[in-house]
Design a protein around this ligand. Structure first.
Ligand code: DX5
Ligand code: ZN
Length: 220
């Protein structure tokens, strides 16, 4: 089913207090914690990796929705599985030749496989992964260029979401980048059900209100 999942992006949190930031978001009503893993190569920014996921896992049972913005996602599968990641979403641009092996290994590690695509990548490139014998369980449609929080939502990406939702009624479709109270209606009406939100949640005076607003918009 396509139940709403609201996933604050921990990229906008205070990384020096990650466990308490995670607890705060779960108490505010978050379903998932979105973890942006960047290698300074696939994207021009460097964030966290398996050691920090492992540390955080000791403090929370929450679903850790890992978004791999890395050139070699295969290298991260076993470390992240052992660290306690829940979802593993790789970019199709990095994995055109080995996505079958990647999905297989992600599943073996007990994680949920997902595929992400950059704004410039056509939606057709993920169909084979959704329709595979061993398929991805989520498609992440980037609504900004990956790399940084706080960028402007690209509404033209909603065409991809609409096409996916029509083709795959029960697929988890995640949107990431620039989501908040002013852009959620566009994403929800296109058919997205997993909503990543960094700066709009962490920057709000009352993050719980933003999280419930996002959830209500997806439900309606
Ligand atoms: C961007 C990351 C996003 C980012 C979203 O590369 O994938 O998850 O943290 O942040 P906001 O919601 O501020 O655009
Ligand atoms: Zn992300």
């Amino acid at each position: 089913g396509v139940t709403p999942k609201i996933a604050p992006s921990m990229l906008s949190s205070d990384f020096s207090n990650l466990a308490s930031e995670a607890h705060r978001m779960i108490n505010y009503g978050a379903d998932w914690l979105h973890m942006d893993i960047m290698d300074g190569h696939f994207v021009p920014n460097l964030t966290i990796g398996a050691p920090i996921i492992e540390s955080l896992r000791k403090h929370t049972k929450a679903y850790l929705d890992c978004h791999l913005m890395v050139t070699n996602p295969l290298d991260y599968v076993e470390p992240l599985g052992k660290a306690g990641a829940s979802g593993f979403t790789f970019h199709i641009e990095t994995s055109k030749d080995n996505w079958k092996e990647l999905i297989e290994r992600i599943s073996v590690q007990g994680m949920r496989p997902g595929v992400a695509l950059k704004p410039g990548t056509p939606i057709e490139e993920v169909y084979a992964l959704v329709e595979a014998e061993n398929p991805v369980e989520m498609v992440l449609v980037m609504t900004v260029e990956p790399g940084f929080g706080g960028q402007k939502f690209m509404p033209e990406m909603m065409d991809k979401v609409r096409i996916l939702r029509k083709k795959y009624p029960s697929l988890d479709i995640e949107v990431d980048g620039g989501l908040g109270p002013s852009t959620i209606d566009s994403a929800a009406s296109a058919g997205a059900n997993c909503i990543v939100a960094g700066s709009s949640v962490f920057g709000a005076p009352e993050p719980a209100q933003v999280i419930s607003l996002l959830r209500n918009s997806v439900e309606n």
